[in-house]
Write a protein that binds this ligand. Structure first.
Ligand code: NAD
Length: 468
């Protein structure tokens, strides 16, 4: 594909360097992205700062622009989706849905009502609480949903009156570059700048003097670095980090009825979802039936190049992640676990891995205790609900979790005891623009989505007018 350019101050900018982007279905370089220099990052930050006064001054114009962005994403979902498939690996249909989903986020925020908040109105004073933009936002995204997770940041940040410098993952920069190019005619110059480069570019952004806010989605390890880099300048941070979501099945569940939905929530995007089901806890009496039903789902899944019609699951996105999933599975098997389905990589050249269901996983296996972020699911046996809840909570992750049972009230009572940002009942991965999303403990700081997510891109100001 033709080389793409960064967007700085509304203009096309070639990089001072370039790097290859690998198509995970072939293992070969599919395109190149510019590598921004420090001077180019400075230019992007300065452009964002210059654009700020005009952009924050006109809420109507912002809403109209956000709707135009949504329309563009809806209209070009398939075309931009092909680029997502090329660099990320997911099937074309899902990639197009991701792009259209990004449009849904822009539309939601374009139309979000922001009621005036008056906290006192009497003879002594009129006191209002007002949300002001924070300023320039540095947005840093991961490789699993490059455009959707960018939209989770851009739409609320822009509606609130901020301007943005966006840096996608070096594994999936192409779709964000295309987004920047597509929006040059839709947003005023400098309002959205897109720069690409390696991890060091992210570090330059978090220590740069211009941004007042870092909005980051990625791993816990990097999230810590981001928080540390933001601290000396007291930049605001939102961190959406990893998860190790537990799904607890109760004893009144019908294994055949839930297996499809559970499998879907664990293997969506090949398990590369922060809030995918990453561990399943099953009562002793149902254990074999659940393992068998999940294994049947895994064996029926069609894995292949996302460009091919009928493929449901693409490759793992990148070589380090592919190797990590392989290591975690091999280690569990060596420790005595049983692969009820899958169990290892599929023939290459791409990073294909067989959808894997692991049974009888030994205590202390990393595939249970750490975030696997790939197509391998451990199924664990429990005796009492107390024990299942304690094991689900026995982690420093706390993104989301779910409880499944025929008695929804009972299941909801148990779900309420999960230490996580979203507790689902008889579903998992049900995300929506109006629903705030964030993690307890190491899974994050702050939330995205809904009015609550917008608030994260604002400073709260009290306007107190004395009377009499
Ligand atoms: P990562 O932390 O390796 O990288 C994320 C982004 O940070 C990339 O753009 C990367 O270039 C950049 N980066 C790397 N080092 C940096 C530094 N020192 N300073 C600033 N930026 C830096 O994560 P990843 O491997 O791309 O993504 C996978 C992780 O993301 C998983 O742990 C997953 O659970 C998590 N994730 C979380 C959510 C959520 O909403 N909670 C959503 C998707 C993914």
């Amino acid at each position: 594909m033709a080389d793409l350019t960064m967007t700085i101050d509304g203009r096309a900018v070639a990089g001072d360097a370039a790097f290859g982007v690998v198509n995970p279905a072939t293992g070969r370089v599919a395109g190149h992205a510019p590598g921004a220099s420090r001077a180019q990052l400075d230019a992007a930050m300065e452009a964002a700062a210059r654009a700020l006064p005009g952009w924050r001054a006109d809420e109507d114009a912002r809403r109209k622009a956000l709707l135009a962005v949504a329309d563009l994403l809806f209209a070009r979902a398939e075309e931009i989706g092909r680029i997502v498939t090329l660099e990320q690996g997911k099937p074309l249909g899902e990639a197009a849905l991701e792009v259209a989903g990004a449009g849904v986020w822009f539309k939601y925020y374009a139309e979000l009502d922001l009621p005036r908040e008056i906290i006192q109105d009497d003879e002594r004073a009129l006191v209002e609480v007002v949300r002001r933009p924070v300023g320039v936002v540095a947005a840093i995204t991961p490789w699993n949903y490059p455009l959707l997770l960018a939209a989770w940041k851009l739409a609320p940040a822009l509606l609130a009156g901020n301007t943005v410098v966006l840096k996608p993952s070096p594994y999936t920069p192409l779709s964000s570059l295309v987004l920047g190019e597509a929006l040059r005619d839709v947003l005023p110059p400098g309002v959205l700048n897109v720069v690409t480069g390696g991890d060091e570019l992210g570090a330059w952004m978090t220590s740069h003097p211009v941004p007042r806010k870092i909005s980051f989605t990625g791993s816990v390890a990097t999230g810590r670095r981001v928080a540390a880099a933001a601290a000396p300048d007291l930049k605001r941070v939102t961190l959406e980090l990893g998860g190790n979501d537990a799904a607890i099945l109760l004893d009144d569940v019908d294994p055949a009825a839930v297996a499809g939905r559970l499998f879907g929530a664990a293997f969506a995007n090949n398990g590369q979802v922060c809030s995918a089901v990453k561990r399943v806890y099953v009562p002793d009496a149902l254990y074999d039936d659940v393992v068998d039903a999940l294994a049947a789902q895994a064996r029926a899944a069609r894995v292949g190049d996302g460009m091919t019609e009928g493929v449901q699951y693409g490759p793992v996105n990148n070589r380090p992640q592919f190797e990590r999933v392989g290591e975690l599975v091999a280690e569990a098997l060596a420790g005595g676990a049983r692969a009820a389905a899958g169990g290892g990589p599929l023939p290459g050249p791409g990073y294909f891995f067989a959808p894997t269901i692991l049974a009888d996983v030994p205590d202390g296996a990393r595939v249970v205790d750490e975030e696997q972020f790939g197509p391998a699911l451990p199924v664990l046996r429990y005796r009492t609900v107390e024990e299942a809840v304690a094991r689900a909570n026995g982690t420093l992750f706390g993104l989301s979790g779910s409880v499944w049972g025929a008695d929804a009230d009972r299941a909801a009572g148990i779900a309420g005891r999960l230490e996580c940002g979203t507790a689902w009942v008889n579903t998992h991965l049900a995300l929506a623009p109006h629903q705030p999303f964030g993690g307890f403990k190491w899974s994050g700081l702050g939330v995205e989505n809904g009015p609550h997510g917008l608030h994260g891109f604002t400073e709260l100001q009290v306007v107190h007018r004395a009377r009499g």
